[in-house]
Design a protein around this ligand. Structure first.
Ligand code: 8Y4
Length: 264
């Protein structure tokens, strides 16, 4: 899953500004590099990021989705917590909802059910503004698993079929480095929920904290984490660096297929 941020600050390397055409070029490149899904997001979920109004977020993502949907072969996902943005994105051609808030916003379950698109439910403790202030858990793996099982049940009650639900433990969302490491070490436990498992580890601050690296220096560690997650059962990896991540994961797949042949 290739990340396509369409926030005003996200295309600012070199002083140029974001345009739908630049976003399209970036998306087409990620598709050519092996992305299976392009994840379009118009709101920054970084700790302390300024909130975006519904109208602004729609104004950012809809022109990009409209421009993309006829030119991409892979599905477009909409990274949002807002039901109105989900609806506008589905109308523009989005084929998946990626919600870091797991459809807890009032009206979100209904929009997702009526839209008929698959949903990725992510665990987050607290909200992006304060989630990194001393997060605590009884047992982070158990708590996150129980949360995702509850949200899956809420989806089914709202009329979203199980086959349409992906689950994500939400690395970095209200978690310390230790919490993130426990989640990755025990990621296989999430496969017991019997739903496709998604992870986002790309460039995240756990790498910065463990290794003392700035965001732009985190690719090698991000690739290692992607492979470790897929070895433990993840089937979709959200990444800012599609070409490098795809190469690494293809090597994992080649090795896994060799093991399977030995068994058969
Ligand atoms: C540098 C760059 C440092 C980006 C941190 C970040 C996930 C997600 C995000 C995730 C799913 C991010 C939208 C956070 N993370 N969706 N979204 N899973 N499903 N931070 O882990 O990339 S945004």
């Amino acid at each position: 899953m290739g990340v396509l941020n369409v926030t005003p600050d996200s295309f600012s390397d070199g002083g140029d500004f974001f345009t739908p055409e630049k976003a399209v070029q970036r998306a087409l490149r990620m598709e050519a590099e092996g992305a299976a899904i392009i994840d379009v997001g118009g709101e920054s979920t970084r700790p302390g990021a300024a909130p975006v109004t519904e109208a602004d977020e729609i104004g950012r993502v809809v022109p990009v989705i409209e421009a993309l949907q006829s030119r991409l072969r892979v599905p477009i996902s909409i990274d949002t917590q807002k039901p109105a943005v989900m609806q506008a994105a589905i109308d523009a051609g989005a084929g998946l909802i990626n919600d870091v808030n797991a459809l807890r916003e009032p009206g979100a379950l209904e929009v997702a059910a009526a839209g008929g698109v698959p949903v990725c439910l992510m665990h987050m403790q607290g909200d992006p503004r304060t989630m990194q202030d001393e997060p605590r858990y009884r047992d982070v793996v158990d708590v996150v698993k129980e949360f995702l099982a509850q949200r899956l049940a809420a989806c089914e009650q709202a009329g979203i079929r199980r086959e349409q639900v992906l689950l994500d433990p939400g690395f970095g969302f209200g978690k310390t480095v230790s919490h993130n490491l426990q989640l990755l070490a025990r990621l296989e436990e999430f496969t017991r929920l019997r739903q496709p498992l998604v992870v986002g580890l790309s460039r995240k601050s756990m790498i910065g904290k463990l290794l003392g690296l700035e965001v732009g220096e985190r690719l090698p560690a991000s690739i290692a984490l992607a492979v470790l997650a897929v070895e433990r059962g993840a089937i979709l990896v959200r990444s800012h660096d599609v070409a490098a991540t795809w190469q690494a994961l293809q090597m994992h797949v080649a090795l896994r297929d060799t093991h399977q042949e030995q068994e058969n």
